[in-house]
Design a binder for this molecule. Structure first.
Ligand SMILES: Cc1cc2nc3c(=O)[nH]c(=O)nc-3n(C[C@H](O)[C@H](O)[C@H](O)COP(=O)(O)OP(=O)(O)OC[C@H]3O[C@@H](n4cnc5c(N)ncnc54)[C@H](O)[C@@H]3O)c2cc1C
Ligand SMILES: Cc1cc2nc3c(=O)[nH]c(=O)nc-3n(C[C@H](O)[C@H](O)[C@H](O)COP(=O)(O)O)c2cc1C
Length: 588
């Protein structure tokens, strides 16, 4: 890797060699850290001008589904303002392609959803860069921060697509794209420093290594609050093939607060029996000390609490393949045979990789260095602080399945269902979800569509509206498998219906009749009334599995079409609902 080759560098040859030697010994993460650190050394000069573009704004475009990209766009804008750079932060949803030609410095922060899809809000902009008459952007410069999850085979696909599309349109890259895994904060902050460092000739604040991640109400994935488990109840009736738990957690002493629609993130620990089996298979000493982000500790402790040991990620495979002499694994990685590996990894976990491709003489540290930190799992909050002050409620489906001859457990869901006893703490923090808020006007009507655990935020919404005495009409579509065993929070919905807090309730129990019926079918059956509610200004909320979210969106388009619009008009109608903040989705 040749890092230094520009003739106009201000370093003399000895310093260049020193820097080259230093950089060659670093891995990707260390390089990112070091570049952010070095950027900080130039922070004392007062000049704040964008090189060659004095006074020009940077346009920060975010494409988000669950709010992370938006939050980061806002952080970047704050940082830019602090060094005198003007910004214009825009949701891709409302950013027209015509503006692309006008804006000279474009910074993209975009996540990936579905199976490598852009967030809904980013689709139109991406399509305008890749299909039809593509705008010429020879006078523009750009940078891309891609958010993703390395356990998905199409990691950061949307960010990659924007990066390629902008370069193909002739725009100049300010710096290489950065792809972030679920623990994105440090990489994102480091990338921001690099973007601003590239754009400015100097900075105002003193030199500093990476700033700490933005704290969320004082608690974050790095510093969770131990919320004591007050109660848990299995909501699924006897005979159900699902296992959905209602959990009540105590926020007393935390100062934490949340709004309906927010997310509670749980930092779980791994199943102890899986940790034991993994250690046995690796033939590693439980007590061997390893260095982790949380400090030095015995391997058994690190594997239990700090590393992801279930989901297989590409970075894990790449690092492990480097240690392994297994040719098949190495060549699949080298060729980035995503499809082949995707098929192989389906239903498999880290324990299967180390079982199939053992490494002779593997050390505890080198194995730990292959793994990614255990990411927190997100859960839609199912309660309102107005109804249950000092508590947060969750609705969690326990994941248990069998594959390739092993019984598998979802890490966080079974941590909550099996391994945390009442009276014991659950490490949590709250993530605000500005994309999924009750209407500001408590008189505005709502259509809520939720399947399975997608019921959770709507329980929170109804609790809040009941406590506020809100006048707005509420219509709930709920779907699951069987009426007798899977009608989650049935008594509460029926009470709200009786009291009049819930105006209408429609249910779809898919497996109670021969022909499967889902919420999207019920919506179509009620097309006339749904359209009338939309015309009268109702807001729409959808929560649950991603496939359901897509099917519901299609139903909404069909409903508008059945009211006499063309398909294009119907799609525009739904897009306008989104743009005007009347269509919200929380799908996972
Ligand atoms: C914004 C948001 C809100 C959410 N809200 C909720 C909520 O309210 N309630 C809720 O229960 N969940 C919710 N989730 C999902 C939740 O965050 C977790 O992903 C879920 O609980 C699984 O986590 P886990 O650690 O138990 O499983 P993990 O250990 O992460 O395992 C899950 C993985 O196991 C694999 N898998 C699962 N089943 C099978 C199978 N049958 N065959 C093969 N492989 C399989 C899949 O690869 C899957 O990704 C939400 C997610 C998001 C992003
Ligand atoms: C249902 C779902 C599907 C996802 N699919 C992908 C994917 O295919 N590739 C990827 O890299 N990340 C994927 N992710 C991870 C998200 O991109 C990641 O969580 C990101 O931080 C979300 O940012 P946002 O809140 O701005 O949307 C997925 C996340 C969810 C919830």
């Amino acid at each position: 890797m040749k890092l230094i080759n520009q003739s106009d560098f201000l370093l003399d040859s000895r310093k260049q060699e020193d820097l080259q030697r230093f950089a060659e010994g670093l891995n990707r993460e260390q390089l990112l850290w070091a570049s952010g650190y070095l950027t900080g050394f130039g922070k004392s000069a007062p000049a704040q001008k964008i090189r060659g573009n004095t006074g020009e704004k940077i346009t920060i475009l975010f494409g988000t589904e669950t709010g992370n990209a938006k939050r980061l766009a806002e952080v970047l804008a704050t940082k830019a303002q602090a060094v005198g750079v003007q910004t214009n932060v825009q949701d891709m949803l409302v950013y027209g392609r015509a503006k692309l030609r006008r804006d000279r410095i474009i910074v993209i922060i975009v996540s990936t959803h579905g199976d490598g899809e852009p967030p809904d809000s980013a689709r139109t902009l991406l399509a305008s860069l890749t299909a039809g008459p593509v705008p010429e952007l020879h006078d523009s410069r750009f940078a891309v921060l891609a958010l993703g999850d390395a356990s998905y085979p199409r990691f950061c696909q949307a960010g990659k697509a924007f990066d390629v599309a902008l370069a193909s349109a002739g725009a100049e890259r300010l710096l290489p794209r950065v792809d972030c895994d679920v623990d994105y904060e440090e990489d994102a902050i480091c990338w921001m420093e690099q973007v601003l460092g590239t754009l400015t000739t100097g900075k105002s604040s003193p030199a500093a290594p990476l700033p700490a991640p933005v704290p969320k109400q004082g608690y974050s994935s790095h510093a969770t609050f131990p919320a004591v488990l007050l109660d848990k109840v299995n909501l699924s009736g006897r005979g159900s093939d699902r296992e959905v738990w209602h959990l009540e957690l105590d926020l007393d002493g935390s100062g934490l607060h949340y709004a309906p629609g927010d997310i509670a993130s749980v930092t779980p620990s791994n199943p102890p029996q899986l940790v034991e089996e993994l250690l046995d298979r690796l033939e590693l000493d439980h007590k061997a000390l390893v260095r982790t982000r949380q400090g030095e500790m015995p391997l058994v402790e690190a594997l239990a609490a700090h590393y992801e040991i279930t989901r297989i990620t590409w970075p894990f495979l790449e690092r492990y393949a480097r240690l392994s002499d297994a040719k098949a694994l190495q060549s699949a990685i080298a060729g980035r045979d995503v499809n082949g590996l995707d098929t192989w990894t389906d239903g498999r976990e880290v324990i299967d990789v180390v079982g199939q491709y053992p490494v002779k003489g593997l050390s505890a540290q080198s194995f730990a260095d292959c793994l990614r930190p255990l990411p927190p799992r997100r859960y839609s909050i199912a309660s309102s602080l107005l109804a249950v002050p000092g508590e947060v409620h969750l609705t969690v489906a326990a994941i248990r399945y069998s594959s390739h001859g092993r019984e598998r457990l979802g890490v966080a869901s079974t941590f909550l269902a099996d391994r945390v006893a009442i009276g014991r703490p659950v490490p949590i923090f709250i993530e605000p979800n500005a994309e999924f808020r009750l209407p500001e006007d408590s008189g505005q009507a709502m259509i809520m569509i939720g399947a399975g655990t997608g019921v959770a935020p709507f329980r929170s919404f109804l609790q809040e509206r009941e406590a506020l005495g809100a006048a707005g009409n509420n219509w709930f579509f709920f779907g699951d498998r069987h009426f007798s065993t899977d009608f989650l929070y049935q008594r509460e919905w029926l009470r709200w219906l009786k009291d009049g807090h819930l105006t209408r309730l429609d249910v779809a129990f898919s497996r109670d009749q021969e022909r499967k019926i889902y919420v999207q079918d019920r919506l179509r059956e009620r097309a006339c009334d749904v359209f009338a509610w939309l015309e009268e200004g109702a807001a729409v909320y959808v929560c649950g599995a991603e496939a359901m979210g897509r099917a519901v969106q299609q139903s909404l388009v069909d409903i508008v079409q059945s009211a006499g619009r063309t398909q294009v008009q119907a799609e525009e109608y739904i897009l306008e609902l989104k743009q005007t903040g009347r269509y919200h989705r929380d799908v996972y």
